[in-house]
Write a protein that binds this ligand. Sequence first.
Ligand code: PLP
Length: 371
Amino acid sequence: MIYFDNAATTKPSKPVLDIYNRVSGECWHNASSEHKLGNVAKNLFSKAQQLVFKTLSTTNKNVIFTSGATEANNIAIYGICNKYVGTSSKIITTKVEHPSVLNCFKDLETKGFKVVYLNILENGEIDYEELINELDASTVLVSIMWVNNIIGSINNINKIIEIVRKYKKIKLHIDAVQGIGKIPLTFKVDDVDLLTLSSHKIHGLKGSGCLIYQNNINLDTFLHGSNQQFSKSGTIDLAGSVASAKALELAFKEIPNTYQHVLKIKEYLVNELSKLEFIHLNSSLTGSPYILNFSYKDVYSETIMHYLEENEIYVSISSACNDKKRKPERTVLELTKNESLALTSIRLSFSNDNTLDDAKKFIEVIKKYRK
Ligand code: PLP
């Protein structure tokens, strides 16, 4: 079996599973209880928070452990924007964000916000000039992803920080899901206001992620209740939080090795795929080494996906389809402006669990496909 769908989710690592089981079994008490057992749980929770801050080399931050990046993105965006409902404020994102950001912005558009969706350049990065031109005194939030989950392009976060910081009022949110714990941190977490990560993309558990944010920000309450985690109420998932922090710590330690490992796999595949005249590459080697997107010309994505599946190779197709209507993949369409390429795109995504032999087998199999 070859699993090339690690941007969708990764296999939980043994240390993460072990720590989750241990904490669930031994320290299952409520971290908000006032008694001794509650205090033990509270201390463990605080250690998990500190480990997140230490790993990200950040100070002056809060962390909310969430059910994943979707929840973290929603808490960040509504946490900032709810205060501005009815003020016609401007909020800026990009056309190629994950739906957990994009759909928040679409919803906020219906609530009177002036929303700007930035274009991407030929290399998949945002149009920085457009960002400069769109910012104004009415802007309250900019939300931009670090690494694109479909094509692997990497936005220059330092450049974005520099641009946005000219306006004191604006909060900057970075969806860092496909970068954190995978590629080296090239910006200071302290320089952004809010940052989202997802633990299950870095060998943590499904249903876990974090929102890290500047502690002078008062996020609008998202879940009303006892405010256990600032704006997120509900009994703290101690084992999940400890496991999340562990996954992050381990992923960071592994970045230098894993990065080089997956880069070799991607380089091999890019080299081999570019020799095939029926393949169009939608990713380049300048992007994340973890993601490689290509189009198999004139064959719908799902046809190739099922063919690969028959050969026990698992990949992602991002072009959703129902029985009657195929939808071009949004990011590939934005990048190539070519509907046919967007209807035939395939995403391969890698982790430390993959080998160069996986890549060789993949090329053998893809070459054998006959229309
Ligand atoms: N943001 C990005 C860039 C993603 O790739 C994903 C998932 O693929 C998410 C957000 C949502 O993550 P989660 O599954 O943890 O909610």
